[in-house]
Design a protein around this ligand. Structure first.
Ligand code: ADP
Ligand code: MG
Length: 276
């Protein structure tokens, strides 16, 4: 698999009040391959959103480099190309929906790219099908649930045919049902080949990724498979992070002498381990 994102020694400082700089990222090294599903977790203020913004050249490194598809985000000429490769989805669905009808909203991105009208119609059909929202094509977005709105926002990004989706806490404002709709959609898109970078504070969601990256105070301090990361229950809790309920229950039972494997991180695995 080719490298889609290659970040080396990335540093980001924001100008703060009275000349006090805020160091949001230091020494970030991260490579993401085409087709991967990477979850990023970390407490508030650990730098997750700042990192996400670099992937789309919304902000530029104050040190080090960020390459997307081999293109340096710091080169102005690359920005257009990079934004076509990497689509962003943010937390609040209402801030991302611009049109009064779902299909117009999904068409907005390709229209801005100058795509021909007949092809736009085709892309809208395709993108809505990918997020299971075809039936809502002519609906008003304001009548949709949060999960449906986020799926429309994802369709709007897909209509630009990106290689990679970066989602920054896309389920933070949704109810459990909406969260499941969005996560299921993202998993399905990844299975169809799109690279996914998924920032979340719901650990049960991070379990769905191939790789989990943990951020602390502007640095990446751990990364590994979900099983490698979430088996470190005490360590994560010490950092102020949650762990998936199943991992916590398994750790508790282990501490009371029960023999359970270290890689139990999902409810299904726990059930199988307890009721073989
Ligand atoms: P996270 O998404 O993990 O909560 P952020 O990337 O939003 O973290 O923030 C990382 C750090 O950078 C925090 O200390 C935050 O206060 C600071 N920060 C974020 N955005 C800005 C900004 N526009 N100006 C100044 N400081 C910022
Ligand atoms: Mg954030």
């Amino acid at each position: 698999m080719g490298e889609l994102i290659k970040i080396e020694n990335l540093r980001h400082t924001y100008p703060g009040y009275e000349g006090q700089e805020v160091v949001a990222l230091t020494d970030i090294n991260l490579t993401v391959s085409q087709g991967e599903f990477v979850a990023i977790i970390g407490t508030n203020g650990s730098g997750k959103s700042t990192l996400a913004k670099h992937l789309n050249a919304l902000i530029l490194p104050t040190g080090g480099t960020c390459l997307v598809g081999g293109l340096d985000t710091a080169e102005g000429d690359n920005v257009w190309n990079i934004r076509q490769q990497v689509g962003m989805v943010f937390q609040n669905p209402d801030n991302q929906i611009v049109a009064a009808v779902v299909e117009e909203d999904v068409a907005f991105g390709p229209e801005n790219l100058g795509v021909a009208p007949t092809e736009i119609a085709q892309r809208v059909t395709e993108a809505l099908a990918l997020v299971n929202m075809s039936d809502y094509r002519y609906h008003g977005p304001h009548l949709l649930s949060g999960g449906q709105k986020q799926r429309v926002a994802i369709a709007g990004v897909l209509a630009m045919r990106p290689k990679c989706l970066v989602l920054d806490e896309p389920t933070a404002m949704l109810d459990p049902r909406g969260r499941k709709e969005v996560l299921d959609t993202v998993c399905r898109l990844n299975q169809e080949g799109i690279t996914v970078i998924y920032i979340t504070h719901f650990m049960e969601e991070a379990v769905a990724a191939h790789r989990v990256v943990v951020m602390e105070q502007g640095k990446i301090t751990m990364q590994g498979t979900p099983a490698e990361i979430f088996s470190q229950v005490e360590h994560l809790k010490g950092m102020g992070l949650d762990v998936p309920a199943a991992a916590e229950v398994a750790a508790y039972l282990r501490s009371h002498g029960m023999k359970l494997e270290n890689d139990i991180i999902s409810d299904e695995q726990l059930v199988v381990a307890l009721c073989p």
